[in-house]
Ligand binder design. Structure first.
Ligand code: DGI
Length: 447
């Protein structure tokens, strides 16, 4: 079982602010990432210009998935409960697309705008934003005019739902940092409080607090920041395309390297049965055998069941880089999934042939996978890949579809019947194959 409360060196952190415009979220976030440039990241909602709003969390998780990354600040105002709830829902839904399913994530909240200081916040943030001028992705003073900018900011203040730690979604944070709001260099004071509280709660994330000099320097640098993205508020961004959906493999297989040798062993296996022997040669002569002999490790359909789902996600995580690369190479024409291409990975699997199962629809071979209880795949170093197992109850190779209308999944039915001893059926022939030879296959992603 996974202990989600445990915090150790593998734990990763996300920070969700609760704020209104101009309270210093970006300045504070930049200061923090200036202090920990390798291990802390920052994704700004203002840099996300497409229609898909969940890009905010997708980009954050993508960054957090990097090995060295420990903490990512998800920079958005989240001034309403609905927005905070949405972040937790997105996280729940998308986490496993980017990180291993057992990665423990802690969510830290930072409340920037105390409710009892709201009128002071109004005065100061309006002054600041006017002074900021055009240095923002969407709120550009020259274009919108002072009145409009004040209108946008007032809207946020009017709709603001401050932190309510006793109820959902605000009770879902693992740690909440409640900042005060002061006139002078409030972001510098904020950073110092954040550093102290994180150090106290999660020393593993921050074993030491940086010196005041370092903090001052990081703060000064962040005040000089100018955004590079331009965002048009209101109607969405016509020039920006919706991010295409990620194409994932339909099934993951092990493709046997030795096709002919497998044919030879089947031929030997049926040698004593004149009828089968003749039929087999006939099928072979008519080019009716499968072009590639593969063992299916997992199919997207098997990922619908609970146990299968976890394992399928583990596979997707393991081959995240290859899947991303495939998507990058197929950016232009990924409207449908009609490519039917397969991509080799560097993982391998060793197996032996066990039984030939033959009925009037299909010929399949039950195979025995090498490995142990932790897994069956072998990586480039020859080590067993932890946790990856075959999702099919009975691993097998489909050799031939005698009935050309039969679906490959029927092999599962036949092999499971044979393996459980239920195949008393006249029509099902089961023949022991020579298991002297160990075969090797390459793990392939089939899109
Ligand atoms: O909209 P936010 O991300 O919450 O706010 P921001 O970090 O963009 O800050 C708004 C403006 O205020 C920006 O021009 C930087 C400035 N600012 C932020 N924190 C401080 C600050 N200016 C001073 N003098 N002192 C601060 O602590």
């Amino acid at each position: 079982a996974i202990d989600y409360d445990k915090v150790d060196e593998h734990t990763k952190f996300l920070i969700f602010p609760i704020s209104v415009i101009g309270c210093g979220k970006t300045t504070t976030s930049q200061t923090l990432t200036n202090l920990f440039p390798e291990t802390w990241g920052h994704i700004q909602n203002d840099d996300i210009t497409g229609k898909d709003k969940s890009q905010l969390i997708k980009k954050s998780l993508e960054l957090l998935a990097k090995q060295e990354m420990k903490c990512v600040i998800v920079d958005r105002n989240n001034h309403q409960f609905r927005e905070r709830k949405q972040l937790f829902e997105w996280l729940d839904e998308l986490k496993e697309d980017y990180l291993a399913y057992d990665t423990n994530i802690k969510v830290i909240g930072i409340s920037f705008a105390p409710y009892d200081k709201l009128s002071k916040i109004r005065d100061i943030t309006m002054q600041r934003v006017i002074k900021r001028g055009n240095n923002h992705q969407s709120i550009k003073l020259d274009e919108l005019g002072e009145k409009k900018v004040i209108g946008i900011m007032s809207g946020f203040l009017k709709r603001y739902q401050p932190l309510n730690i006793d109820k959902s979604p605000d009770n879902m944070f693992d740690l909440m940092i409640e900042l005060d709001f002061n006139e002078i260099d409030s972001s510098l004071t904020n950073v110092k409080q954040i550093l102290n509280e994180i150090h106290r709660a999660y020393p593993i994330l921050m074993p030491e607090i940086p010196t005041d000099d370092k903090i001052d320097e990081a703060f000064r640098k962040s005040l000089e920041y100018k955004p590079t993205v331009r965002k048009i508020v209101g109607k969405g961004n016509g020039n920006q395309q919706k991010t295409p959906k990620l194409i994932r493999p339909v099934y993951i297989s092990v493709n046997a390297r030795e096709h002919d040798e497998i044919i030879n062993l089947v031929r030997q296996g049926v040698a004593n049965n004149k009828d089968l022997s003749q039929k087999f040669e006939g099928l072979l002569a008519n080019d009716r055998l499968q072009k590639d002999f593969h063992i299916t490790l997992g199919h997207v359909m098997s990922s619908r069941e609970k146990e299968g789902k976890k394992l399928w996600k583990l596979y997707l995580t393991r081959y995240h880089d290859q899947i991303t690369e495939y998507n990058n190479n197929h950016k232009e024409n990924n409207s449908g999934n009609n490519q039917n291409t397969s991509v080799n990975t560097t993982d391998k699997l060793k197996f032996k042939l066990s039984k030939l199962c033959w009925d009037d629809k299909i010929i399949a071979i039950v195979v025995e996978l090498s490995g142990n209880e932790t897994g069956c795949l072998i990586d480039v170093n020859g080590d067993i890949v932890n946790g990856l197992k075959c999702l099919n109850k009975v691993p097998h190779i489909t050799v031939c579809k005698i009935d050309s209308n039969v679906k490959a999944v029927y092999s599962n039915v036949l092999c499971e019947k044979v393996q459980s001893g239920e195949a008393q059926d006249e029509n099902v022939k089961v023949l022991k194959l020579s298991d002297a030879k160990e075969f090797v296959g390459d793990v392939c992603l089939n899109f």
